[in-house]
Design a protein around this ligand. Structure first.
Ligand code: SF4
Ligand code: FES
Length: 289
């Protein structure tokens, strides 16, 4: 057979394609939730909502015969303090609320109140830590009430002066000076922020208004321990008065509520020991030491 008689060759493009191995198939692309019509793409996550808190504030105004509770409802942010809620009331619900505060961090001693019957600093009390469903906030006791949560602290401060403890120091500390030997023994009382919680918690101060009270007697103990040159006779004379160290009944409530770990009860007991010791020595004719 000659070449011209060969059958025509099939064009390449019409030839059947060779079949290769199937291409690997990847995992399906993750499918997100269906978009909600109208939802902005950058929507913030929903806010955490805590349990509802019923805050009852003691209210007292000029002319009132006795205080009464006024209730406010909150859904506080996690970590909110009682002072945060009080400020929220004053800013946005009732600007007439009378209260004190300053530093917001347990240093100035001005926000002392009673929370569910217990003395505490409002700025240092987390709402979440109060387990009762209702949080009652009342002013300190054993001090003259002024209005709502504010009390008159003048009498409390005067007690420090009575025992010779200066509320305002007479000289500034010298920068960079080395603290004297043994100063640590006094730093405990140095931490007193004059908040008055101890006086409010003291059961003796409720029945005897002339009792000097834990903070002033702790100050007297400090003056007796670290006299700074002044004579100690007047301090011991004050401490030996009937309304002084002998009036304490060791309830220890002052130390329990103190936010600065001053331990006024221990200071008071130390002063009482020194007064008793001095009395024995003078009975024996040996003078005080
Ligand atoms: S002794 Fe404690 S509770 Fe009393 S006034 Fe000082 S810091 Fe406050
Ligand atoms: S605000 Fe200063 S101690 Fe609470």
């Amino acid at each position: 057979m000659s070449e011209s008689t060969l059958p025509p060759i099939q064009p390449a493009e019409t030839a059947p394609k060779p079949v290769g191995p199937p291409e690997p198939v990847g995992p399906p692309e993750p499918v997100g939730p269906p978009e909600t019509a109208g939802t902005p793409e950058t929507a913030a996550p929903p806010e955490q909502v805590g349990p509802t808190v019923h805050l009852r504030i003691s209210r007292l105004r000029a002319g009132d015969r006795k205080p009464h509770f006024e209730e406010f409802e909150f859904t506080p942010e996690p970590g909110a303090t009682v002072l945060d809620l009080l400020l929220e009331i004053r800013r946005n619900r009732d600007p007439s609320l009378v209260m004190r505060h300053s530093c917001m961090h347990a240093s100035c001693g001005t926000c002392g109140v009673r929370i569910n019957g217990r003395e505490a600093l409002a700025c240092d009390t987390k709402v979440a830590g109060v387990t009762a469903p209702t949080v009652d906030v009342e002013p300190l006791v054993n001090q003259r009430p002024v209005a709502d949560l504010a009390t008159d602290m003048v009498d409390f401060y005067a007690r420090f002066e009575a025992v010779g403890f200066p509320l305002v120091r007479s000289a500034e500390t010298v920068g960079g000076a080395e603290p004297p030997e043994g100063v640590k023994a006094y730093t405990r009382f140095e931490n007193c922020i004059e908040c008055g919680l101890c006086l409010s918690a003291c059961p003796i101060s409720r029945t005897d208004r002339s009792y000097l009270g834990p903070a002033a007697l702790a100050a007297a103990a400090r003056v007796a321990d670290e006299p700074r040159g002044q004579p100690l006779g007047p301090i011991f004379a004050i401490a030996a008065e009937p309304d002084s160290v002998w009036r304490c009944r060791d309830a220890m409530q002052c130390t329990a509520v103190c936010p600065s770990a001053v331990d006024p009860a221990r200071a008071l007991l130390g002063l009482r020991r020194r007064v008793a010791f001095g009395r024995v020595r003078s009975l024996l004719g040996r003078g005080r030491q």
